[in-house]
Design a protein around this ligand. Structure first.
Ligand code: MN
Length: 258
């Protein structure tokens, strides 16, 4: 088995394997999910300088920061949702780190989303993908490639209208299929959250969160560069901060790809 790791390093060094950054920049400009007005929102990312080679610290530069757990490119743990609140290993500090590494299955729905920003992935569409690329293996990340991360203007990224945000997601049957019939690690998306923008109005509300986290599955939100991944064959490494009892955390998600 040591040979596998030596071969991995050799292929990374030669460029035969590439490391793709799936992470968006994290700053005070990072767009946040606006909740309906009856609920408090998450704080913006905030950074402040402690010292920068000056009289506050002559030889060192460092910052403090404040962030919500669900800001920017981030990981959702099962405890994030009421349906996952009593599951074992449900917070970021308790998840088995083996689950931070898994193969990626990438479904490209960017053309559908260009036609309809409220596009929802269906079971039929996943089965169509499987006929082309093979069955989704247990323990895979299921990644929804929408090109949504190309919307660099925060207003277009959130796409807030009078009736709330309009962004793509999943029908509840699709989340059920992926969690229960395919036993995925979770789903990853390019949008601000793993449910569609209009999902507060769905039954149940935010069905992907409800079903995935109730099944002990995870979420990755705010990903980018999914267009650089093949439909199958890449490996995602997504390890959240070890926040005690944390419901999620910003993270640096990367993929190894041929
Ligand atoms: Mn989240």
């Amino acid at each position: 088995m040591a040979n596998v790791l030596a071969e991995l390093v050799s292929q990374l060094n030669s460029g035969a394997l590439r490391v793709i950054d799936l992470t968006q920049p994290l700053s005070a400009q990072t767009p946040l999910l606006p909740l309906p007005p009856q609920w408090p929102n998450t704080p913006q990312f905030r950074l402040w300088e402690i010292s920068r080679y000056d009289d506050r610290g002559p030889a060192w530069y460092w910052n403090g920061f404040e962030t919500g757990e669900h800001t920017g490119t981030h990981f959702d743990a099962p405890i994030h949702w009421v349906s996952g609140k009593d599951l074992p290993e449900n917070s970021v500090d308790k998840i088995n780190p083996r689950k931070f590494v898994g193969p990626a299955c990438v479904v490209d729905v960017s053309a559908d989303v260009q036609r309809d920003p409220n596009f929802l992935l269906t079971v039929e569409r996943v089965k169509q993908w499987e006929r082309q690329h093979g069955r989704i293996p247990a323990g895979a990340w299921f990644l929804l490639r929408t090109l949504w991360s190309e919307r660099t203007d925060p207003e277009q990224y959130i796409n807030l209208q009078k009736d709330g945000p309009h962004t793509p997601g999943f029908v509840k049957e699709c989340s059920e299929f992926l969690a229960k019939e395919r036993d995925v690690l979770g789903v990853g998306v390019e949008t601000v959250g793993t449910d569609a923008g209009q999902a507060a109005t769905f039954d149940p509300p935010f069905p992907n969160h409800y079903i995935m986290h109730g099944s002990g599955k995870f979420g990755l939100a705010g990903l980018c560069n999914l267009d650089q991944l093949p439909p199958v064959g890449a490996v995602v490494i997504a390890a959240p901060l070890k926040i005690v009892n944390g419901s999620g955390s910003p993270l640096r998600a990367i993929a190894l790809t041929p």
